[in-house]
Each structure stands twice: as structure tokens, then as C-alpha cells.
Design a binder for this molecule. Structure first.
Ligand code: PRP
Length: 176
């Protein structure tokens, strides 16, 4: 990564792939035949979404919203910023929110409440990574990939100041 040292691997690409496999099987059981709307939260979820939907062998739609709370720093500002809003109709749909990581919970809590007001038929949440030690608001995650420690994580879509999203593994960024 140019002059930057490569951060320590916490979850290897192989372990991520096995986790995405398991999550896809769980989601398939609940959403098969429902023509669901999979709603990813940008930017962090783009890689997870791409891998997940390749394993879901039934008709579905993909949509993204872009929410941001961190700005350029490493601490959540706690204030949600809707950068790109929802274009699809949610009312009556079977919706699955796809998130890379639930940290304080502020991002998904905000989105789940926003979506539930639009009266979907089914609304569930899938998160590849869960960092419960940092939770500031309660969040119910229906499909959890891996519980992670309170470290600043990058890679597989997760960034620090927009860098490291392209790493194939989830890594710990020391000193953040
Ligand atoms: C990150 C991550 C989650 C959110 C989780 O997004 O991708 O969406 O923070 O944190 P929370 O549970 O404390 O709300 P970020 O706001 O950094 O935007 P990005 O996805 O564009 O990197």
C-alpha cells in the first residue's frame, strides 16, 4: 500500500468467504421466493454485498443508501449524514439491510427506524461484523457474521480516511 505498512490481519479472506457462505445459507432459508430487496449501506458494504448476492441463487433486487457518520476521522460524530437516499419502494417489500459492521449501532438504528416507517412486509438486518462492546443504542441483528474486538478495523470495504477498503482481509489498524 504505497509507503504505508500493511496492517495486521484479524479475519482472513478465507474466513470471510466461509462466513459469507454461512450467512447466504441462512438468508436463503428466509428469503427464497420472496423477490427481496437487499439494501446495502455505502460505502462500507459494497464488497460484502457483491460477495453475498453471488451466493443467493434466486431473484432479488439490490439497492444502496449512503449514510455516513464518521466524516474523515475515526470516531463516530453520532450525527447521521444521508449522502444518497433510497430510490426503491419499500412498502410491502421483503427487505434485507446489508451492513459491513455494526459499531455504535447509530447507523443501522437510524436506517431500520426510517425503513420500518415505510411499512415493509419483512425487515431484517445482516451484518458481517459486530462490535458489541461499542454499542450506544440497542440493535437487533438477524444474521451476524463475526463478533470483533474493540479495535479499529479496515479492509474488505472498511476504511480509514478512505484508504484500505481494497484489502481482501479485515485488518487491525494500530494507533487509531
Ligand atoms: C461505517 C460502517 C458502518 C458504520 C458503523 O460507515 O461502514 O456503516 O460506520 O458504525 P456505527 O454502528 O457506529 O454507526 P462510515 O460512516 O464510516 O461510512 P462508510 O461506510 O462510507 O465508510
Amino acid at each position: 500500500m504505497n509507503s504505508e505498512s500493511r496492517p495486521e490481519v484479524l479475519i482472513s479472506s478465507n474466513e470471510i468467504a466461509a462466513t459469507v457462505d454461512r450467512l447466504a445459507a441462512e438468508i436463503r432459508r428466509d428469503y427464497l421466493g420472496k423477490d427481496p430487496l437487499l439494501l446495502g449501506i455505502l460505502k462500507g458494504s459494497f464488497m460484502f454485498m457483491a460477495d453475498l448476492i453471488r451466493l443467493l441463487d434466486f431473484p432479488l433486487e439490490v439497492e444502496f443508501v449512503r449514510l455516513s457518520s464518521y466524516g474523515r476521522g475515526t470516531e463516530s460524530s453520532g450525527k447521521m449524514n444521508v449522502v444518497q437516499g433510497l430510490r426503491s419502494t419499500v412498502k410491502g417489500r421483503d427487505v434485507l439491510v446489508v451492513e459491513d459492521i455494526v459499531d455504535t449501532g447509530l447507523t443501522v438504528a437510524y436506517l431500520m427506524e426510517y425503513l420500518s416507517k415505510k411499512r415493509p412486509a419483512l425487515l431484517k438486518l445482516c451484518a458481517l461484523l459486530d462490535k458489541p462492546s461499542r454499542r450506544r443504542v440497542p440493535v437487533s441483528i438477524d444474521y451476524i457474521g463475526i463478533t470483533v474486538p474493540d479495535k479499529f478495523l479496515v479492509g474488505y470495504g472498511l476504511d480509514c480516511d478512505e484508504k484500505y477498503r481494497n484489502l481482501p482481509d479485515v485488518c487491525i489498524l494500530e494507533g487509531e
